[in-house]
Structure formats: structure tokens, C-alpha cells
Design a protein around this ligand. Sequence first.
Ligand code: SF4
Length: 103
Amino acid sequence: MLRLSRLRLFRVCLNEATDTNNWEAICRRCGECCFEKKLDNKGTVLTTRVPCRFLDIHSRACRVYPQRFQVEEDCIKLTPDNLPELDWLPTSCAYRKYLDPAR
Ligand code: SF4
């Protein structure tokens, strides 16, 4: 297994940019993307039960959403452009289904 500290970049938050309302409306607010990920020996991404320090684990909402990119350097914007590259997003993620409705 790789160290968790190397995998913090796997955190993701939503994009504020283009068509913000429509884009963000796709999210089902499950918060699964805000749990630490790690890789096993075969390179498979595994989701841990360690949440981002800013994730409210009860509501699954980011507690610093407006400032998330300032306070958490590993928070990643999820955009239509980078979505295809983020294959570590949970299979249940609404954006993955948006990208490939047949899944
Ligand atoms: S995993 Fe996908 S649907 Fe769930 S909160 Fe993250 S971006 Fe939204």
C-alpha cells in the first residue's frame, strides 16, 4: 500500500466555474469523494473511511465549501474537462453516471 499522505490529492470538490448551478445540481451530496483514497499493490484505488478534515460526516457537506481551495491544498475542482481523468471517483458518483449513463 502507498502511504495515505501521498494520496491526499484524491480529494475532490465541485467546480465553481461553468454553469455552476446546473453542474453542481448533478451532485447527489453523498460525500464519498471526500474520503481518503489509497492504492493497493495492483494499483487499484480503495476508498478508506478517513474523511477530509473539513467534511461533516453526518450531513456529508463540506464545512468550508466557499474557501475549500484556500484551506485545503489537495482539494480538486471537478470539471467537465477533468472528469474523464478522475477514474478514482466512486462508481456510484453522479458525475461518473453523467459521463457514462450506460454504467
Ligand atoms: S462522489 Fe460524486 S455525487 Fe458524491 S459528493 Fe462526490 S461528486 Fe457528488
